[in-house]
Design a protein around this ligand. Structure first.
Ligand code: C2E
Ligand code: CA
Ligand code: CA
Ligand code: CA
Length: 271
């Protein structure tokens, strides 16, 4: 049975699509992963566009599978969201990352921001706010260090409640960033209505910023617009010097991407 599960999962990974059988296989293995603490958190720096100084890190989960090795989130998060297991995974990542922040800040000797991705499935839970409070209390991390990255998906079903929740988090002192900006629907009304701090421009717009006049125009416009709204703006997926230069020249606040660093384990980040 174990072998069969492995084959079907490889097929799943190759096809980027989930039939019911693969779904069931991954769900079962995720259950073991949650019970066996198989998730690790890697960190990718966000740097100041002008000075290249590190201003924050984004926590990115990986599954340290006993047989398959390090599994990237794209391969299991969709299933975990469908089954609700993302809630347990999200709790584990939050706790680990808030815990690790003490060492990170101590090492750097100055405050930076910890960004954690939150699934809409988790964000919508009525217990979400108190969970955040509890994690901060238990780990002793000041709320102002924590930034939650949400996508427009958090607003899809219950816009009113989501708005209240974002406001409550802000009142607590936690920051909220709009992730993957530009890829969903109604982005502009969300930007206008939500009390967020930051906008992260999706990687797909940064990719060919130096060759596509259209992407360059969109990015330039988004930077101007978010600044007029009083928000900070981050470019994701910066891979080249040319992209860095363009974004710096157009006043983008923060940059994140392989050009500066890949996501790395805590030990490597502290080097
Ligand atoms: P995301 O939140 O948009 O995270 C950024 C992704 O872009 C990461 O992929 C990162 O490794 C990748 N990336 C960063 N710089 C570059 C670059 O210069 N070039 C390219 N090609 N890619 C770059 P990763 O770690 O595989 O994560 C994929 C997605 O999985 C994330 O996208 C996020 O939506 C989700 N995810 C990751 N960790 C968590 C988590 O703890 N909880 C939840 N709910 N979702 C997570
Ligand atoms: Ca993110
Ligand atoms: Ca993103
Ligand atoms: Ca993305």
């Amino acid at each position: 049975a174990k072998n069969q599960g492995r084959n079907t999962w490889e097929w799943y990974a190759g096809e980027q699509d989930s039939s019911i059988r693969e779904h069931v296989a991954i769900r079962r293995e995720l259950l073991e992963a949650i019970e066996g603490d198989q998730f690790v958190v890697h960190y990718q720096p966000l740097v100041d566009a002008a000075t290249i100084e590190i201003r924050g890190v984004e926590a990115l989960v990986r599954w340290q599978h006993p047989e398959r090795g390090l599994v990237p989130p794209g391969l299991f998060i969709p299933v975990a969201e469908a089954t609700g297991q993302i809630i347990d995974i999200g709790r584990c990542v939050l706790r680990q990352a808030c815990h690790d922040m003490k060492q990170i800040v101590e090492h750097l000797g100055r405050p930076i921001t910890l960004a954690v991705n939150i699934s809409p499935v988790h964000f919508r839970r009525s217990s979400f706010f108190s969970e955040i409070q509890a994690v901060l209390e238990d780990t002793g991390l000041a709320p102002s260090y924590l930034e939650l990255e949400v996508t427009e998906g958090v607003l899809m079903s219950a816009a009113e409640k989501a708005l209240e929740q974002v406001q409550a988090l802000r009142n607590l002192g936690v920051m909220v960033a709009m992730d993957d900006f530009g890829t969903g629907f109604s982005s502009l009304s969300y930007l206008r209505d939500l009390p967020i701090n930051k906008v992260k421009i999706d990687r797909s717009f940064i990719n060919d910023i130096d060759t596509s006049r259209h992407n360059a125009a969109i990015v330039k416009g988004v930077i101007t617009m978010t600044h007029h709204l009083g928000l900070e703006v981050v470019a994701e997926g910066v891979e080249t010097e040319a992209q860095h230069e363009y974004l710096r020249a157009h006043g983008c606040d923060l940059l994140q991407g392989f050009y500066f660093s890949r996501p790395v384990p805590l030990k490597e980040l502290l080097k």
